[in-house]
Write a protein that binds this ligand. Sequence first.
Ligand SMILES: C[S@@+](CC[C@H](N)C(=O)[O-])C[C@H]1O[C@@H](n2cnc3c(N)ncnc32)[C@H](O)[C@@H]1O
Length: 255
Amino acid sequence: MKHNSNIKSMKLYNHVDRIYNELKELGKINSEFLFVEELTNFDQLHYCGTKAVDFSINKIGIDSSMCILEIGSGIGGPARYIANKTGATVIALELQSDQNNIALDLTERCGLSKKVKHVCGDFLTYDWEGKKFDAIVSWLALYHIFEHKILLQKCFDLAKPGGFFYAEDLFSRKPFSKKELSKLLKEIYANYLPDVQTYKSEIEKIGFNLLFCQDMSFEWTKFTRNRYLSYNKQKDRHLRVHGRDIYNSINSFYT
Ligand SMILES: C[S@@+](CC[C@H](N)C(=O)[O-])C[C@H]1O[C@@H](n2cnc3c(N)ncnc32)[C@H](O)[C@@H]1O
């Protein structure tokens, strides 16, 4: 059953322009040039920041000859980081237009518009007009998409022969009750949470050769706990920089 809900119920996706408060804090109040490194503390909307992106760069062997598709690119953090570090071309697809507009602005200010192309659209319906990619990558976006088999088939069809599919995603470690699922839907817009065996077998059934799979539960639990503690420790600073609405919203999301 497809759930009738709204992605904006996930508090991370409210006040997405809060990154400009951080830039103001850095003294960047106009449209001046930005370095990718100045943004990475704020533009990586997944676990473990650029360390996670570096892992994928090394695992896939991304280099300047490659064209990479990122599904669910948010405000463009991973896409800019990959392009800046490797010289690869990155097509960054994002569903939400407010995030995509911010991504466009930040990428332009980093001087990366030739290497990172931001596209606003739904991966399930977007028409790539026959284009193929060396790698399709994604951080914490795929569990939002209920139609997982269609998603995997599209990924398979969009990969060049010998191309890669790399996803950091969520799975269920135990069956959830209806009440828990409804809370997960509201808080993190979780539409697809199979167990890990199902997740792996679906990838293989589509035709991918599964090269690597790692359970990140321990690291991600540690990361999210520290993120919450650190955000709380800096409550006064965040209230000053962002105001009460944003503080309450992000604090509640991190909880
Ligand atoms: C947790 S964010 C991660 C953003 C980015 N990958 C990062 O790590 O900074 C996941 C993103 O996936 C996007 N998304 C969800 N469903 C999508 C779809 N069907 N097509 C494109 N993007 C989608 C959401 O709008 C959201 O911005």
